[in-house]
Design a protein around this ligand. Sequence first.
Ligand SMILES: [Zn+2]
Length: 109
Amino acid sequence: MKLPAAVYSMLGAVPVTLKEKIRFEKRYPFGLFRFDSRAIEVENKQCAAAQLAALCHEMTHVALYDAGVPNALSDDAVELVCDAVGTYIAAAVQAGYIKLQVPKGNTGV
Ligand SMILES: [Zn+2]
């Protein structure tokens, strides 16, 4: 499945970029939402299902961040919510219950 070039946010589209290696602090995650630049990165070495799961996890970070939720939850709690919701959305997309519809002009990455 081709990932969209950007995902929805009520604060404006968030660009999605495939990267060979993502570094955050001392870790190498499969995906990352860079809060400062409002951009999502997904590691391109993973299989399509893992890339989709990473994207959905990072989309959940966008939703929580836009709503101010990280101000009220610990980092560990935010990660648990993103894992749960992101996994649910990715599984529902793969099962055909949710369709990732890319708007015109959003050509995918
Ligand atoms: Zn996360």
